[in-house]
Design a protein around this ligand. Structure first.
Ligand SMILES: Nc1ncnc2c1ncn2[C@@H]1O[C@H](COP(=O)(O)OP(=O)(O)OP(=O)(O)O)[C@@H](O)[C@H]1O
Ligand SMILES: [Zn+2]
Length: 375
C-alpha cells in the first residue's frame, strides 16, 4: 500500500474529508499512515472500529478472544447473524473489509494481557479501550503510560456513559489517578448482569473514534483531564474535571522514577485483583471426576441455569443468596460459579464474610467451562 499518495479511488471515497479545513489531503494521508489498537470488538469497539475504518485510518489492530453470541447483536454492530458462534475477530474483519478495502485490519485473536500488552501497544499510534472490566482498563492505562501513547477511554452502564483521553505525556491524569485501587471482582456488573441500552455504546464508542481521529490529525482539543459524562435519560452531557493525583502509583513524579527502573509495574501485585480463593475449570473438572462428593452453587439467574449448567450445580441466584445462606454447608469446600466469574466472586466474598470459610470461586465461570469442553 502506498502511504504517500491517495489513489483516485481513495480521493473519491474521502472527498468529503478532503474539503474540510483541518483534514484535507494532508490530513487524509496522515490518517492513512496512522494505526489504532482497539481492545475489544464489543459494544464500544464495534462503532469505533467501523468509523475509524470508514475514515481511512490505515491500520486497525483488533484484540479480542471472544465469540459472537446472539445477545451481542443488539449493540455489537460489527457482527451479524452469520457471525453467531464464530470468533468476533473473523466477523469484524469481514465487515471492516466491506466498509473499506483500502485499510489494513490486523487480528490479534487473544486477550490483552500483561504478557502481550507492551508489544501490542508499541505497534500502534494510540489505543482505544473498549473492554468491559477493570483489570484490562488498568493494564491498558499502564501499557499506554509506559509507551507514551494516548489511551481513549470509554465506559457504559445502563443509560450512562463516560469518555476521556488519558495521556499523561501530553498533560492530564492517568486512569489510576481517577481510580487508585482496583475495585473487587464483580464490583461493577457486566452488561450481561446489568443490561445496557444498545444505542449507548454506539454513542460512546463513536465519541472514542472521534477523539482518536482528533489525536491522529492533531486538531482541536482532546479531553485531557476532563471526564465527559453522558446521561441518556436526561439527554445531558456534563464534564467533570480530573486532576493528576500527586500520589498516583503510576504517573506521579515519584512513581515514574521508580517505574523506569521497574517496568514490572504492569503486573504490580498491588494493582491486581484482591485475592479471593479460586480454582480453574480444569481443577473443577478434576474434583468432579474424582467421584468425591462436592458442593457446587450456581449464582446465575434460573433462565441462565436452564440453558447450560455444570453437573451437580445447585441454583441460588446471587440476589437470593443473603436469604438462603442457611442452605450452604459451613464445613468443606463450597465451589461457586456464575457466567464469567464476576457474580460468583461477589457471592464468595459474601459467603466468606458470613462464616462459610470453604467458599471458592470458579474462575471464568460456565463460559470457561463450556469453552474448555468445546461446547
Ligand atoms: N483483556 C481483554 N482482551 C481482549 N478483549 C477483551 C478484554 N477484556 C474484554 N474484552 C472484550 O471486550 C468486549 C466487551 O464487549 P461488551 O462489553 O459489549 O460485552 P460482551 O462481553 O461481549 O457481552 P456480555 O457482557 O453481554 O456477555 C468483549 O468482546 C470482550 O471479549
Ligand atoms: Zn496517574
Amino acid at each position: 500500500m502506498d502511504d504517500l499518495t491517495l489513489s483516485d479511488a481513495e480521493r473519491l471515497r474521502y472527498a468529503r474529508h478532503l474539503s474540510i479545513p483541518g483534514v484535507g489531503e494532508e490530513g487524509q494521508l496522515r490518517l492513512k499512515r496512522s494505526s489504532v489498537l482497539l481492545i475489544g470488538t464489543g459494544g464500544l469497539g464495534s462503532p469505533a472500529a467501523l468509523y475509524l475504518a470508514a475514515a481511512g485510518v490505515g491500520k486497525l489492530g483488533l484484540v479480542d478472544d471472544d465469540k459472537v453470541e446472539r445477545s451481542n447483536l443488539q449493540r455489537q454492530i460489527l457482527h451479524g447473524e452469520s457471525g453467531v458462534g464464530r470468533p468476533k475477530l473473523e466477523s469484524a474483519k469481514e465487515r471492516l473489509r466491506e466498509i473499506n478495502p483500502h485499510i489494513e485490519v490486523v487480528c490479534h485473536e487473544s486477550r490483552f494481557t500483561p504478557d502481550n500488552a507492551e508489544k501490542l501497544v508499541a505497534a500502534y499510534d494510540l489505543v482505544i479501550d473498549g473492554s468491559d472490566n477493570f483489570p484490562t482498563r488498568f493494564l491498558s492505562n499502564d501499557a499506554c503510560y509506559f509507551a507514551r501513547k494516548p489511551l481513549v477511554y470509554g465506559s457504559i452502564f445502563r443509560f450512562e456513559g463516560q469518555l476521556t483521553v488519558f495521556a499523561p505525556h501530553l498533560g492530564g491524569p492517568c486512569y489510576r489517578c481517577m481510580l487508585p485501587t482496583m475495585p473487587p471482582p464483580g464490583a461493577a456488573p457486566s452488561c450481561a448482569e446489568a443490561g445496557v441500552l444498545g444505542v449507548l455504546p454506539g454513542i460512546i464508542g463513536t465519541l472514542q473514534a472521534m477523539e482518536a481521529i482528533k489525536l491522529l490529525l492533531d486538531v482541536g482539543e482532546v479531553p485531557l483531564g476532563k471526564l465527559l459524562c453522558y446521561d441518556a435519560l436526561r439527554t445531558s452531557f456534563r464534564t467533570l474535571r480530573l486532576s493528576p493525583d500527586p500520589a498516583c502509583k503510576l504517573c506521579s513524579s515519584e512513581a515514574s522514577l521508580r517505574s523506569i527502573r521497574n517496568p514490572e509495574t504492569l503486573t504490580d501485585p498491588s494493582c491486581t485483583m484482591p485475592d479471593i480463593p479460586s480454582i480453574s475449570v480444569d481443577e473443577l473438572d478434576a474434583r468432579i471426576r474424582s467421584g468425591k462428593p462436592y458442593v457446587l452453587i450456581d449464582v446465575r439467574q434460573p433462565e441462565e441455569h436452564a440453558e447450560h449448567s455444570i453437573p451437580g450445580g445447585k441454583l441460588i441466584p446471587l440476589d437470593e443468596l443473603p436469604g438462603r445462606l442457611e442452605e450452604i454447608p459451613r464445613d468443606g469446600e463450597v465451589l461457586v460459579h456464575c457466567k464469567a466469574g464476576g457474580r460468583s466472586a461477589r457471592a464468595v466474598s459474601l459467603m466468606l464474610e458470613s462464616g462459610i470459610p470453604g467458599a471458592i470461586n470458579v474462575a471464568g465461570g460456565i463460559d470457561a467451562w463450556l469453552k474448555r469442553s468445546g461446547t
